[in-house]
Design a protein. Structure first.
Length: 256
């Protein structure tokens, strides 16, 4: 029988009709083994954290997240969380989750260990452990100016051939889009070439001017850390506001 490496209460954020709420869940993390893949299993629980009477965890409806599909894990910044908890995000190839836990850092550490340090060969033969700081996906969550984003298709994004996940860095002089694996810069938008920038819930958007590498157009990115990204850009702009081109407030209501 498999034993979880971590077991506890998590809160999962849901958004319906523009309103956010938290759903209490029992979560278990399992390491990869001959009898199962590395995964998170979630179960509905009562307010006291227990499953309904006469129902075992094995018989509860389970929601399974395969950690091999995990792209990024990290703190979610400022969120209105349940009492005594802190938020973090879990992004997979299919979906982004915002979660909250009393022991947030322990959950992040354990998820990173299971998701990013295993390999198929490591399951059958011992190999030296790789320090977490050597894993680029793990170390990136500590960088407050770098954000894993998912491209939302716009005319400008399609023209530039953008799709899937990237890293978006709010550097002192520019926004830079990087390859998530190699971290090589792909596109750079100097702040003076941005006309508008704004954020709405988990989406950030900006309008690039025609002098940008990408050419003129609107670029939109989805990330659970959208408020942090917006604050990072605002902080960079505050250092040299006279260099930034003016413009009307965009649909998100944020003026540069």
């Amino acid at each position: 029988m498999e034993r979880p490496v971590k077991d506890g209460i998590l809160y999962v954020q849901h958004t319906k009709f523009g309103k956010r709420s938290w759903r209490k869940m029992r979560a278990q993390l399992f390491a990869a083994s001959p009898s199962g893949v590395a995964r998170m299993e979630k179960f509905d629980v009562r307010d006291d954290g227990t499953v309904p009477e006469k129902v075992s965890l094995q018989r509860c409806a389970r929601r399974v997240i395969r950690l091999s599909d995990c792209v990024s894990v990290g703190p979610a910044g400022t969120q209105s969380c349940p009492k005594a908890t802190a938020a973090f995000y879990l992004t997979t190839t299919e979906k982004s989750y915002v979660l909250a836990a009393e022991q947030r850092d322990e959950w992040i550490t354990q998820l990173c260990q299971l998701a990013f340090q295993g390999s198929s060969s490591a399951r059958t033969q011992p190999s030296p452990a790789v320090p977490m700081e050597e894993n680029s996906l793990y170390s990136s969550w500590q960088d407050l100016t770098e954000f894993l984003v998912l491209v939302v298709q716009t005319d400008a994004a399609t023209r530039c051939g953008l799709h899937g996940h990237y890293l978006l860095s709010a550097l002192p002089q520019s926004l830079t889009l990087k390859d998530p694996q190699s971290r090589q810069p792909l596109l750079t938008w100097p702040y003076p070439f941005l006309r508008k920038f704004g954020q709405d819930q988990a989406v950030c958007s900006f309008e690039a001017g025609r002098r940008s590498d990408s050419g003129e157009g609107t670029f939109t990115f989805s990330t659970p850390r959208a408020p942090e990204l917006c604050r990072a850009v605002a902080g960079a702009l505050a250092c040299h506001p006279s260099d930034v081109a003016g413009g009307d407030a965009d649909g998100f209501g944020v003026r540069l």
